[in-house]
Ligand binder design. Sequence first.
Ligand code: SF4
Ligand code: SF4
Length: 274
Amino acid sequence: MSETENNTAYIPPVQLSENSRFQFKCHPGVPCFTQCCRGIDIMLTPYDVIRLKNRMGIPSEDFLALYTKPHLLETTDLPVITLKMMDDEQKSCPFVRKDGCIVYEDRPTTCRYYPLGVATLSYKEQQKDGFYIFINEPHCKGFEEKDQWTVSEWRKNQGVDIHDEINELWTDLIVRKKSIPKNVQLTEKTKKMFFTASYDMDGFRRFVFESSFLTLYDIDKTTLEEIRSDEIALLRFGFKWLKWLMFKEGDFRLIESSLSERQEKIKARQSDVS
Ligand code: SF4
Ligand code: SF4
């Protein structure tokens, strides 16, 4: 986690790899317990939103409206979200209580990584694999505990390896967007779709099954059955759809008849104008 300007943390950008070792333990007995859950910016990943909205038992649009703040990700112009902190003096996370996190089993990726940070989305270097940093906050007493970890062991222990695996294609899209020249702009429509397919799973499901999408694109039956019943499959499908929209890569094929119909319509429009 990174702290806000009110409680600025020093984050040395020392690169750690999967095998880097560190000493750390967090438990209810530390004097700083839950301090790191206040005054922070927590960027949410697509899989975080699925876990949290299901935990709360609410649709994705309600979760987004109640618990998140939209931002444009620096250097990419892509819409992303952070967890909206409470309006109390310490700007507490809405899920923190005296005895800890009430959504612990479904806590976001950033919280699982702590005291490590993932530098992939924060620094300009395009090192996709194993680019981590320490979030070395002075109030954190966890470093005084004796447990030893490698970065890889910590990721597994915190279940963050699963989050990363599910979000992998999404992270790739952002890293790739960062690497292309700034003057190559995405349309507003594509940015809106990036937001929907990344965070608003219920909205994206409606887009796939209730708009003209399936009359335009040839999606095989097995994929359709899978994405209809499995939210993670729908999320992965959304990432592939974004890759197609943003970089024209992938195997989305327009249905022949809809293609000719479209061409006819364009021709008709052109002749109306001339
Ligand atoms: S030890 Fe660190 S991670 Fe654990 S509660 Fe304290 S500040 Fe948070
Ligand atoms: S989600 Fe849980 S672990 Fe993360 S900041 Fe909030 S209370 Fe802390």
